[in-house]
Design a binder for this molecule. Structure first.
Ligand code: 5AD
Ligand code: SF4
Length: 482
C-alpha cells in the first residue's frame, strides 16, 4: 500500500505475553507494508497503544498515555493515533474514547489485528478526501498568519479525525487467521499462539469477554510455523494460550483431534529446536499425559506456571476455578514425583470478595507447602462486567494491602532460599540480552526459567552456555561462565 510506505510507527504495549505477541504481529504487518519502527515515540507518524484490561490500574495508565498523544497529534501533521487490544473489547471503554478522545483515529479489537493495514488505508483515503473538501471551502490558507496556521491545521486535523475514524471491534470471528507476519523481539526465541480465547469464566476475570471463546489452531499450522521459526534461527518457543491444557486442534488432513500433549510430542521431534515452554496451564485440566510428556520429551523445559489464585477451597469455588486446594496440592506432588527438578511459578489474587483471615492463612500455608520458585501476586480489583465485581462482600483496601505484604514476604523468603540452593550448580543458560545491569553483563534463562546474570561478551546472545551459579538472590541468580 503506497499510502503506508515510509511511515514510522511506535507501539506501546501493556499487559501479558499474549499482548506482547499481538504487538509483534502488528509490527510485522506494518513492516510488510513498508513502514519502519521509529527510534522514539516523538518521531513516529503512527502510534499504537495495545491495551490490557487484566492488570491493575490498566484504565488509568491507558488514558494517561492517550492524553499525551493529543499533544503529538496537534503538532504533527498527518499523525495517526491508534488504540487496540483487550480494552477495546469493552463497550464502556470505547464509548469513553468516543466521548473524551474524539481525535483517536483507529480503534480495533483483539479479533481484527489482521485488518489493521486496511483500516489505516481507509483512514488515509477518507482523510485525503476530507482535506480536499476543506481546501475547497477554506479558501486561501496563505492569508492565515503563520502562527495561527498550525493551530488552524491542528483543529482541522482533530475534526477530520473524528469524521474519518475507523473502528473495527467486538466481533469474534469463527476462523483463525493464519500466516500473519511477526516482527519478533528476539531472534533466538519466539512466542507461538496455539489457541485463542477462554471458556472458563473465572468470576474475577475479564479475558473471556475480551478475547472471546476458545479456538485452537490446527496442529499442522503450528508445526509449520515452528519449523519456519527454527529455520530462521529460533531455538526456544513459548506456546501461548489462556489455558493450553484445553488445546484441541483438529487436523484437516485426517480429522484427528490432537490434545496439548500430542502437540508437545510432535514439536519435540523438530530438529534444531532446543527448548519448548508453554503458558498458561489451568490446574483443572492438567493431564497425566502432559506430566508424562515432561519425562519423554527432552526439549520440554522443566518449568510450569500453574496459577493457584488462592489456597482456600471455599474461595476457589467462588472464583469458579473448579478445583480444590487438595486437588492442586496433589497435582504438585505428582509433578514433582515425575520431574524432581521441575520449577513451579504461580499467580495469586489477594482480597477476593469474601476472603476471610482464615482463607488467607490457607493461601499462606499452601505457598509454604508448595515452595514456589516465583509468583505473580495481584490485589483483587473489580473488572467491569464480571460476576465478582457485583459481589457484596468486597474486602477493604487496607486489609488487602496488609495481606498482600504478608504474602509477598513469605514468597520472597522461599524464592531466596530456593535460589541460594543453586549455588555451585552448573546450569545451561540461553543468553537473551545484555543485562539491565550494564555492558559486560549478560542475562539469560535456565531450563527452569531462572534469570541468570553473568559476565560475557555480546556475541554470546542467542547461544546456550554453561554457567556456574555463584549467588542466589530473590529474583535472579548470578554466575560465571564455565
Ligand atoms: N483482580 C486481580 N487479579 C486478577 N487477575 C485476573 N483478573 C484479576 C482481577 N480482577 C490475575 C490472575 C490471573 C493473572 C493473569 O491476573 O491471577 O492469573
Ligand atoms: Fe481468566 Fe480464568 Fe480464563 Fe485464565 S482461565 S483467562 S483466569 S477466565
Amino acid at each position: 500500500m503506497k499510502e503506508l510506505k515510509g511511515k514510522k510507527y511506535h507501539i506501546i504495549t501493556f499487559g501479558c505475553q499474549m499482548n506482547e505477541h499481538d504487538s509483534e504481529t502488528i509490527a510485522g504487518l506494518l513492516q510488510t507494508e513498508g513502514c519502519s519502527e521509529a527510534e522514539d515515540r516523538s518521531d513516529a507518524d503512527i502510534v499504537i497503544i495495545n491495551t490490557c484490561s487484566v492488570r491493575e490500574n490498566a484504565d488509568k495508565r491507558f488514558f494517561g498515555t492517550l492524553g499525551q498523544l493529543k499533544k503529538q497529534k496537534a503538532i504533527k501533521p498527518g499523525f495517526t493515533a491508534c488504540v487496540c487490544g483487550c480494552m477495546m473489547q469493552q463497550e464502556h471503554i470505547v464509548s469513553a474514547i468516543r466521548r473524551q478522545y474524539p481525535w483517536v483515529d483507529v480503534i480495533f479489537g483483539t479479533h481484527n489485528i489482521d485488518e489493521f493495514p486496511d483500516m489505516l488505508l481507509q483512514l488515509y483515503q477518507s482523510r485525503a478526501a476530507a482535506l480536499e473538501d476543506a481546501g475547497k471551502t477554506a479558501g486561501n490558507e496563505d492569508l492565515i498568519p503563520l502562527s495561527d496556521r498550525d493551530y488552524t491545521r491542528a483543529k482541522h486535523e482533530i475534526r477530520s479525525a473524528r469524521e474519518s475514524r475507523v473502528e473495527r471491534i467486538y466481533e469474534d470471528r469463527k476462523e483463525i487467521v493464519e500466516g500473519l507476519p511477526a516482527r519478533r523481539l528476539y531472534r533466538h526465541k519466539a512466542f507461538v499462539n496455539i489457541m485463542y480465547g477462554c471458556n472458563n469464566f473465572c468470576t474475577y476475570c475479564i479475558v473471556p469477554y475480551t478475547r472471546g471463546r476458545e479456538k485452537s489452531r490446527h496442529p499442522e499450522d503450528i508445526l509449520r510455523e515452528v519449523r519456519q521459526l527454527v529455520s530462521d534461527g529460533v531455538k526456544e518457543v513459548t506456546l501461548l494460550g489462556q489455558n493450553v491444557n484445553s488445546y484441541r486442534g483438529v487436523s484437516p488432513e485426517d480429522d484427528r483431534t490432537w490434545d496439548f500433549a500430542d502437540l508437545i510430542y510432535a514439536l519435540n521431534e523438530i530438529e534444531d529446536l532446543e527448548r519448548i515452554r508453554f503458558m498458561t496451564s489451568h490446574p483443572k485440566d492438567l493431564s497425566d499425559k502432559l506430566i508424562q510428556a515432561f519425562r519423554d520429551c527432552g526439549k520440554l523445559c522443566h518449568y510450569i506456571h500453574l496459577p493457584v489464585q488462592c489456597g482456600s477451597t471455599e474461595i476457589l469455588g467462588r472464583m469458579n476455578r473448579r478445583y480444590t486446594r487438595e486437588h492442586y496440592l496433589a497435582l504438585v506432588k505428582k509433578l514433582r514425583e515425575a520431574v524432581p527438578d521441575i520449577t513451579i511459578s504461580t499467580d495469586i489474587i489477594v482480597g477476593f470478595p469474601g476472603e476471610t483471615e482464615e482463607d488467607f492463612c490457607q493461601t499462606l500455608d499452601l505457598v509454604k507447602e508448595v515452595e514456589y520458585d516465583s509468583a505473580f501476586t495481584f490485589l483483587y480489583s473489580k473488572r467491569h462486567g464480571t460476576p465478582a465485581a457485583e459481589y457484596e462482600d468486597q474486602i477493604p483496601e487496607e486489609v488487602k494491602h496488609q495481606r498482600f505484604d504478608r504474602l509477598v514476604d513469605a514468597l520472597n523468603g522461599i524464592s531466596l532460599r530456593k535460589n541460594q540452593a543453586y549455588i555451585g550448580r552448573t546450569e545451561k543458560v540461553l543468553v537473551d540480552s545484555i543485562s539491565r545491569k550494564g555492558t559486560g553483563t549478560l542475562s539469560g534463562r535456565t531450563d527452569g526459567f531462572k534469570l541468570v546474570d553473568f559476565s560475557g561478551s555480546e556475541d554470546l546472545i542467542g547461544s546456550t552456555v554453561d554457567v556456574e551459579i555463584t549467588e542466589g538472590k530473590t529474583f535472579s541468580l548470578r554466575g560465571r561462565r564455565k
